[in-house]
Design a protein around this ligand. Structure first.
Ligand SMILES: [Ca+2]
Ligand SMILES: [Ca+2]
Ligand SMILES: [Ca+2]
Length: 715
């Protein structure tokens, strides 16, 4: 197809474009989300880290679609166009192009129309070349990788209809330049220039698939109602000492005996019911190696595979956790208690001892950076570069699947489906999403839709992990063809920073949440959290003096030496409780990391994975458990906490108030991070009951205890 260029002066007229920055007065606003990260890509995992993504998927709709100029019926089995048509036409790869009337392309709003455009760059031996820009809302962080024929790099990208596009080329992952083949540039606001394409129109065009506006999954269980508890299997409860079998590395890094029988026992004791959990997330169940390995990034400690991320045998259970029969018994026991079960699935790599690697070496990327060195993530290849992050090995003993090879992809997706069919699990938590090729996830979602959901008649939930502060990168994977949601790392970091660590202000947090509530789309079910197994235990950020200065700190300085103890007194537990009030009264599928309900202590990995404490709780721990359990009772009772709309009512340095409402129901949440009681305003006048304490209280301003919160219902 041949793109044509519209007149500049017309480029922004009557455009309702949901994907890129707004146009005003014929000028492009300066790039919004991208410019800061485009200049200084930060380290993996940090805020604003410019990170990996997918090159191919952006063009799927274009390459697979044959919208055409021949819409007058010969390809349309329904018998031809209706002049006013387009009612059911969304374009895209699977959609027939019915309707169309007098137009030449499939019918869709201009905002969904796309023009295929080929970017090129002469090949001078670069390792990688990517197009970064505002052609998509993740385009400044998720470049589209060019491919080379040896003489020229090129990539086709679907550009938004009749919209100016600013872009740069990223060479070898770190050098950002304007496109030398395009003389049209614009000031980038950083003393340099972005290349500029005027608004393109084309004939024919393609249409982006429309994303549904609300959750539309099948089934009786609505995943917006889910409350997830991450059972880190090896460290939770030991139900069978006969399978303990440590391999002899340091205690903290060895198997410690937790198993599926132990979890089943806790299900039957109703531990999760008492807390108010309805979904369990279990560690990777497949057999891991019994070899030890050094930690990543210069760590001199030897580790076992107790965490489950070093898979070896793909259709065997991990013997430290139990047999397939014991796993099924766990899932049956959970289902009998109306608990859903999702399992971790690690698809990026295998352990080098796996026969899958020995038998199929060509299914894996070579550990070779093309310059005579290794391609270890962070050592020879980049954790973040769009191309390298997909193929780098996490470490020398974890060969990395090359899912551009169909045989490898089919093997892995077959295996994921096999685990679903064998066990009856209800969802997956997918590890290290930005490190695998997109097609793996597209394939898995398509097969789950085709093979699993018609049988179970329930929606199979898939939540991914992309450890970054880059919301656009996280959002990239949240779409009906990939993931239902991802873990909301950016929200977690703001809650930790502003509320729990008391940096900045609660107004900062309120402002962030105003922009975050709808960021991932009404269709998605993101998982909100304040703790997980990759960050230090949150209780230490809630101490009077937080143990680390940044919410992003991995806490590795204390993970082996000088490990922290349980905080004394109440204050840390009260702050953490207030954090949970925020999390458990707002939408998402909140995640509770095992032990966080009792403020279990621990610095960075592996100290954040101490064995669960089952008795001898301090007053602070009991307070926190009871608070979380009460919040989850309220979450079950008040649908607005799960499905309502949040509206900020007031915020200042230490306090914040918001309303959750919907279907005629309203709930008011007030939070005070300060160390003195505070009056919090902004509520409607009238009398309220505090559902946490039973207190009767009068609005429009209410007193909130130091480090406390209230959940108010109008009397
Ligand atoms: Ca055991
Ligand atoms: Ca094993
Ligand atoms: Ca990979």
């Amino acid at each position: 197809m041949t793109p044509t260029r519209a007149l500049t002066s017309l480029a922004c007229l009557s455009l309702v474009n949901v994907l890129v920055g707004a146009c005003t007065g014929g000028e492009m606003l300066s790039t919004t989300t991208g410019t800061d990260t485009s200049y200084e890509p930060s380290e993996s995992g940090g805020p604003g880290s410019a990170s990996a993504s997918a090159s191919a998927s952006a063009t799927v709709t274009a390459t697979d679609t044959t919208p055409g100029t021949t819409l007058t019926g010969d390809t349309d089995p329904t018998g031809g166009p209706e002049p006013t048509g387009g009612v059911e036409t969304t374009g895209g790869s699977e959609t027939e192009t019915s309707g169309g009337g007098e137009t030449d392309g499939p019918m869709c709003e201009d905002a969904l129309k796309r023009c295929d455009y080929e970017f090129t760059y002469p090949d001078n031996g670069e390792i990688s070349v990517e197009v970064m820009g505002d052609y998509a809302d993740d385009g400044w962080t998720n470049g589209r990788a060019m491919e080379t024929d040896g003489r020229q790099w090129s990539v086709s990208i679907d550009l938004p209809w009749d919209t100016q596009v600013q872009y740069k080329l990223r060479i070898n992952g770190d050098m950002w330049i304007p496109d030398p083949g395009n003389p049209n540039t614009v000031d980038d606001g950083f003393g340099g220039f972005n290349s500029l394409l005027e608004g393109l129109t084309c004939d024919p065009w393609t249409c982006d698939p429309e994303v549904p506006d609300g959750p539309g999954p099948i089934g009786t269980f609505d995943w917006r109602d889910s409350v997830i508890y991450f059972v880190f299997v090896d460290r939770f409860n030991n139900g069978d000492e006969s399978n303990d079998d440590p391999i002899g590395v340091e205690f903290e890094a060895d198997w410690q005996g937790g198993d599926w029988a132990g979890i089943t026992a806790k299900i039957e004791e109703d531990y999760f019911g008492e807390l108010g959990i309805n979904t369990l997330w279990l560690s990777v169940p497949m057999d891991n190696t019994n070899e030890s390995g050094l930690g990543l990034g210069g760590d001199t400690h030897e580790y076992s595979a107790y965490h489950g991320y070093w898979p070896q045998n793909f259709e065997t259970t991990e013997e430290h956790f139990g047999t397939m029969e014991e796993l099924k018994a766990l899932i049956d026991a959970a289902h009998a208690k109306e608990l859903k079960v999702i399992v971790d699935y690690a698809m990026n790599h295998v352990h080098s001892s796996s026969s899958v690697f020995a038998d199929n070496p060509d299914w894996f990327w070579a550990n070779d950076n093309g310059n005579g060195g290794n391609c270890i993530c962070g050592d020879g290849c980049s954790w973040d570069d769009n191309v390298e992050a997909k193929k780098c090995w996490f470490t020398g003993y974890l060969p990395d699947f090359n899912f551009t090879k169909k045989e490898a992809r089919d093997f892995s997706v077959d295996n994921a489906i096999w685990w679903i069919e064998q066990t009856g699990i209800d969802g997956f938590r997918l590890d290290a999403v930005k490190h695998i090729e997109d097609q793996w996830m597209l394939d898995l979602r398509a097969r789950v839709n085709a093979e699993i959901e018609p049988v179970t008649e329930e929606h199979f939930y898939m939540v991914g992990e992309t450890y970054t502060g880059d919301r656009n990168l996280i959002k990239y994977y949240v779409k009906p063809t990939m993931l239902d949601g991802q873990f909301d790392f950016p929200l977690r970091m703001k809650v930790a920073e502003n509320l729990i660590m008391r940096q900045g202000t609660m107004s900062d947090l309120a402002g962030f949440m105003d922009g975050n509530d709808d960021f991932y789309g009404g269709w998605s079910v993101m998982s909100t959290f304040i703790g997980n197994h990759d960050i230090p235990r949150v209780i230490h950020l809630a101490e009077d003096t937080p143990l680390w200065g940044s919410p992003w700190d991995g806490g590795k300085d204390k993970s082996w030496e000088g490990t922290p103890g349980l905080p004394a007194g109440m204050s840390a537990f009260e702050r953490m409780a207030t954090g949970f009030t925020l999390l458990l009264t707002t939408p998402g599928a909140p995640l509770i990391y095992y032990g966080d309900e009792i403020g279990l202590p621990g610095a960075g990995d592996p100290d954040n994975r101490r064995f669960m404490q089952w008795d001898g709780y301090s007053g602070g721990q009991e307070y926190l458990f009871d608070h979380v359990a009460r919040l989850l009772e309220l979450r079950a009772k008040y649908e607005v906490t799960r499905r309502g709309t949040r509206k900020g009512l007031s915020a200042n340095t230490d306090t914040m108030a918001f309303e959750m409402s919907g279907d005629g129901e309203s709930l008011f949440v007030v939070l005070n991070r300060g160390d003195s009681p505070a009056s919090v305003g902004g509520l409607p006048g009238g009398s309220y009951t505090d559902e946490l304490t039973g207190d009767q209280i009068e609005g429009p301003s209410v007193m909130v205890p130091a480090r406390g919160s209230r959940v108010l219902v109008a009397n």
